[in-house]
Design a protein around this ligand. Structure first.
Ligand SMILES: Nc1ncnc2c1ncn2[C@@H]1O[C@H](COP(=O)(O)OP(=O)(O)O)[C@@H](O)[C@H]1O
Ligand SMILES: [Mg+2]
Length: 321
């Protein structure tokens, strides 16, 4: 196969080069889907024990009307993916929910977004109207034996006054329990934020906590295998065991970084007309990504007394996801 076979259809709007390259490597490797897309797609869910447990906790928390549930984990460990799985579950059981993923909001914007996502029929600029309409929705659903859920992703970014409004929403209850189940997901700073004295009341309300850690070495390999299988290559042969071991080391078991590395390895293997990735290709990819891992040259350099200034920022695990 050569590139010329594919370059016919875009005389007017040429596709973005990387998107194009992926479409081509999918054909080259025989994938039905891009295996290492970075979107949090439940279709690609790898059920590690901790992901399984986190999801079970989220569902249990909602079902048993626990009120506040907190999910924490470093960037790229799978929090949003868990929330997307929960969203699918809520859809199947026809539970009303609002999903707020932009957490840099002031209280007015927060109420407006919540009203929009719950599709509340009211003046969405008026907090009073919104609270009234929300209360109606909650009572109406409670009469049918259902609850409602407010999901806030990236909650570590929430302003104090928004957190206080959220705490007050958690007060809405009837004899059967809390009317609104509130899930806050965020980076570990969220836990630290909730430790602040002015959030003590909110912290006391949290009845369920779950956290996600990076994958273990065997899980990281199983993760890659599982995504490859879902993309159309069961019993994958592209990443040999030695490469998988190195991918674990260099990604530190963080799914998002594993995706980034594997995706780039596939592009590299394809460009070199190879069907099997090698550690040499991995070295090149890590260099291009300016990846740091324990013991890497960059890691050693940044720890040396004569710190050399980086020519470009390394791939940061702290970047917004
Ligand atoms: N258990 C999992 N199964 C499949 N893919 C996962 C899993 N956990 C994380 N990922 C993938 O890793 C990347 C980062 O996950 P994401 O949910 O966005 O992390 P977070 O929200 O914690 O930053 C996404 O591409 C996601 O699909
Ligand atoms: Mg996320």
């Amino acid at each position: 196969m050569f590139l010329g076979e594919y370059d016919r259809s875009w005389d007017i709007f040429p596709p973005e080069p990387l998107t194009m390259q992926r479409a081509i490597y999918n054909a080259y490797f025989g994938f039905t889907d891009n295996p290492f897309n970075i979107s949090p797609d439940p279709e690609f869910l790898y059920r590690s024990p901790q992901h399984e447990e986190a999801l079970a906790n989220l569902i249990y928390g909602v079902q048993s009307r626990k009120g506040f549930i907190v999910l924490t984990g470093e960037v790229g460990t799978g929090k949003t993916t868990m929330l997307e799985c929960l969203r699918d579950y809520l859809d199947t059981v026809r539970t009303e929910f609002a999903f707020i993923f932009n957490s840099r909001l002031d209280p007015e914007q927060f109420f407006e977004m919540m009203a929009f996502d719950f599709d509340l029929d009211c003046d969405r600029k008026s907090k009073t109207d919104i609270l009234f309409a929300l209360n109606n929705l909650l009572l109406q659903q409670a009469e049918r034996g259902r609850t409602c859920v407010l999901i806030v992703d990236e909650a570590h970014n929430l302003e104090w006054d928004v957190l206080e409004e959220i705490r007050l929403l958690g007060n809405l209850e009837n004899r059967g329990g809390k009317l609104l189940q509130i899930i806050l997901a965020g980076q570990p700073e969220l836990d630290r934020k909730l430790d602040a004295p002015n959030l003590r009341q909110l912290k006391q309300r949290i009845v369920l906590r779950c956290s996600l850690d990076p994958l273990e070495p065997a899980e990281a390999s199983a993760y890659v295998e599982s995504r490859m299988a879902r993309a159309g290559m069961p019993n994958q042969t592209v990443f040999p065991p030695q490469v998988l071991e190195e991918i674990y080391k260099r990604s530190r078991g963080i799914p998002r970084v594993i995706n980034l590395i594997c995706d780039n390895l596939l592009v590299t293997a394809f460009a070199m007309e190879q069907k099997v990735a090698t550690v040499a290709m991995l070295d090149e990819v890590c260099q291009d990504l300016r990846l740091e891992w324990p013991g890497s040259a960059r890691d050693r350099r940044s720890r040396s007394r004569y710190n050399v200034e980086e020519e470009a920022a390394p791939v940061s695990l702290k970047a917004d996801s």
